[in-house]
Design a protein around this ligand. Sequence first.
Ligand SMILES: Nc1nc2c(c(=O)[nH]1)N[C@H]1C(S)=C(S)[C@@H](COP(=O)(O)OP(=O)(O)OC[C@H]3O[C@@H](n4cnc5c(N)ncnc54)[C@H](O)[C@@H]3O)O[C@H]1N2
Ligand code: MOO
Length: 403
Amino acid sequence: MPPKMMPFEEALTFFQTCLPTLVEKETVPLASALGKVLAEDIVSPINVPPAANSAMDGYALNIDQASEHADTKQTPFQVSQRIPAGHAPSPLVTGTVARIFTGAEIPLGANAVIMQEEVRVNSDDTISLLRLPSANENIRPKGQDVASGQSILHSGQHLNAMDIGLLASIGINRVTIFKPLQVGILTTGDELIAPGTPLQDGQIYNSNGPMLQGLLTQSGYQVIDVTHCLDDKAATESALQNLANKVDIILSSGGVSVGEEDYVKDAIERNGTINLWKVAMKPGKPIVIAKVFNTPLIGLPGNPSSTLVTYHWLANAALKRASGQAIQRPKPIPVKASFSRNKTISRDEFLRVSIQNGQAKPHPQQSSGALLPACESDGYLHIPAGFEINQEDSYDFYPFSTF
Ligand SMILES: Nc1nc2c(c(=O)[nH]1)N[C@H]1C(S)=C(S)[C@@H](COP(=O)(O)OP(=O)(O)OC[C@H]3O[C@@H](n4cnc5c(N)ncnc54)[C@H](O)[C@@H]3O)O[C@H]1N2
Ligand code: MOO
């Protein structure tokens, strides 16, 4: 009797939790941390900015002192100091103003900055205010961006260029990250040849190998080896053993269904353990998570769209966990369906759809063997098992860019 398929949501939780972190931490210069997974929580040791500063080129003044004059427009104020950015100011001399530039520290005793466009410079180098600024106008307070003691970044998050800038702004030049997860890819099948070679009868090009390499690289993983092996018991075992010696985790495509030619599953059964096989999802039912030659393995089905969908939805979650990343389910966008279907199926379905006039329109070709439909679509419309599709009802849409 075939094994029961695990419901999709249960399988997702399993993939999110079944692996430990497989990578070590290291401390690297800030510039090398781009795209890596942060391995420490970051609490700012300083205020950013460290002191109140001017948002404009103009004049710093004390509005309480300035407003004592009946007509500020006519009152000349002495300019008692000049404060460029990067130079420490002296306390403001009572009754005067200070020439100040954008980013320069506000002198003690000043409580507003007036833009230079709003003053008149008199012939004796005094200035008159064309209007009285309000309290704290054009002053960027100390800690406006980041407060000392504030928690700003968390272990498990991918560092993007903004995060690198933020770390630099609090004075950090070295940061502890997880070393990139090292992945080995195994594609299987007698029918497959590498692109660049003429096709013989019965052959097709190996598209999953390059696609998986691309998906892994885009996610920041290090692809150490891409191996192809023929449908042969000994070749499959030796390819798996060879990869297991080199990498943190193996990602395979094909050979996990029920046929006599499905050698990956057999090799695992002889040299390891299968933790999960078969998930109630369409496409992508036969997917394996296992340990072989003491190395974790995720075995994706060979049909290219099944490979893509199972990578995005399940392998991705396990790889994130193994690489030290915090796991969040991709965020759905509710979108109305452009069509109805009163048939229900017993698997969660991931239709490749495009968004047209605000509605999700399924690609007419949903075969798991076809990849062009995914390239021509915007993302997935998730139809849970047992659901009909009613035109005008909203379903969860996940753009490909969220994976
Ligand atoms: N009797 C049954 N047959 C099948 C079942 C089943 O439950 N009972 N499940 C079907 C489903 S669903 C899928 S998905 C596939 C999965 O099969 P495998 O993972 O074992 O993959 P293969 O048989 O090796 O290949 C399937 C298909 O994909 C093509 N392929 C494989 N690798 C690549 C590659 N690297 N690049 C491009 N194309 C690839 C291969 O030529 C086959 O056409 O099993 C069904 N059968
Ligand atoms: O699950 Mo298979 O991926 O339907 O073709």
